[in-house]
Design a protein around this ligand. Structure first.
Ligand code: RM4
Ligand code: MN
Length: 404
């Protein structure tokens, strides 16, 4: 049996990183629906992220996306974030929204496009220096639409070359997180389509290069927790981009489509003692070899709230992750191992399902009260008046959104 106190202690230390872009307007290629009160600049995005942290207590970091979050003075943005109680997290590069990137960015056959993309990636490392960010997150929209359009292997060489140049620019303590995605916007080949490709590049680069698993970036039916387990074993899981999908890369609230999958993923993370720095490891307690996963996994959200209000949706997402983590922590590791080695198929499955089927909401409410927070963060936020305040204050200017 796992004690409630141990579960709460672990939950107190587990942090979730918020995406700045989730606070701006977003939509599909059919329509972006504007919402009142949406931030007009990265400073206001930080204010909104701070609200999410204020009511959940576990989300003190906001990732930025450049140039969507371009400011004149990144140190000032970072200072503002600190003032409102959070800090700047991963710097996300954007090499997909310029005309120059029609045929790709760092993989483009056009050297001018490659040069421009590389300069942007290096600029992102400068921004990390100014904000104190640990992680550079790279997702490339690069790929081709038609067989024969470009040389698959040559594009990989161009990618390696650019990644090596960026890697060489990283400071001590900084990391490069490489994110894969099966398809879209390219429809025939994608240059980093899967975890194998990302892992090969990261292994060639070295210890500061790690893979990001975006839960929306696989073919339907792919066993994501298997990928997570292997990356953790290899010490190469740099972080997650959490979101839910029903069909493609839907970027819906994490845990909305498949909370059981989220639990299964978190079970692998808990087992590998990768939930937070210093998480006690079951493996070491039993004398087994320590897992190579280690600390340092960034638990990021990557979502867009096209039709729902953004701050409450981020709060709900954080709560959904916490529920999955709490259930994963409740798995009785000893009983599970005993059933596994005994070949007790049904018994082992029952141990896992017992944890998953536990209602952890009372435990989380209790934890929040211990932290001096309201037990129901969404309700507390809605009652706070902040939503009305930002609507009345944020008049004029242009609302942040896709491409802004
Ligand atoms: C991509 C990928 C990246 C995110 C962009 C906006 O699909 O998930 O992580 O930065 O979308
Ligand atoms: Mn992502």
């Amino acid at each position: 049996m796992v004690g409630q106190k141990a579960v709460k202690d672990a939950l107190r230390q587990h942090q979730i990183e918020l995406p700045s872009w989730a606070f701006g307007n977003s939509g599909t290629r059919f329509k972006v629906f504007g919402q009142p009160g949406v931030p007009r600049d990265p400073y206001e995005k930080a204010d909104d992220a701070a609200q999410v942290h204020k009511y959940t207590g576990v989300a003190p970091v906001m990732a930025v996306h450049i140039p969507w979050d371009k400011v004149d003075d990144y140190a000032a943005l970072s200072a503002h974030a600190h003032r409102v109680g959070i800090k700047i997290g991963a710097v996300n590069a954007n090499v997909f929204q310029d005309d120059d990137y029609r045929l790709g960015s760092v993989c483009s056959p056009d050297p001018k496009s490659r040069k421009k993309a590389l300069a942007h990636l290096l600029e992102c490392v400068d921004i990390m220096d100014a904000t104190g960010s640990r992680d550079l997150k790279l997702w490339f929209a690069d790929g081709t639409n038609y067989p024969g359009q470009d040389d698959i292997a040559a594009r990989q060489d161009r990618l390696s070359e650019a990644l090596a140049a960026v890697y060489a620019r990283l400071g001590a303590g900084q990391r490069m997180l490489l994110e894969y995605k099966l398809f879209e916007p390219s429809f025939y080949t994608t240059d980093v389509p899967d975890w194998g490709t990302a892992l090969l590049h990261c292994q060639a680069l070295g210890g500061q290069a790690q893979v990001v698993v975006d839960t929306g970036h696989h073919a339907p039916g792919v066993n994501i927790e298997f990928i997570v387990a292997l990356l953790l074993k290899a010490g190469k899981l740099g972080g997650f981009d959490f979101n839910s999908r029903f069909y493609a890369d839907d970027d819906l609230m994490v845990g909305a489509a498949d909370p059981f999958q989220l639990f299964r993923i978190m079970h692998e993370v808990v087992k590998a003692a990768a939930l937070y720095e210093g998480q006690p490891s079951e493996a070491t307690a039993t004398g087994a070899a320590a897992p190579a996963g280690g600390p340092g996994v960034a638990f990021m959200l990557d979502q867009c709230h096209n039709i729902e209000p953004k701050i409450p949706a981020q709060i709900r997402s954080v709560m959904n992750v916490q529920e999955a983590v709490a259930k994963a922590l409740l798995v009785d590791g000893e009983a599970l191992r005993a059933a596994q080695v005994a070949g007790d198929v049904l018994g082992a499955n029952a141990v896992l399902m017992d944890a998953y089927n536990t209602d952890v909401r009372p435990l989380l409410a209790e934890l929040r009260e211990e932290l001096g927070l309201a037990p129901d963060p969404v309700r507390a936020y809605l009652a706070s008046g902040d939503a009305e305040k930002i609507v009345s204050e944020r008049i004029g200017g242009s609302a942040a959104g896709w491409g802004a």
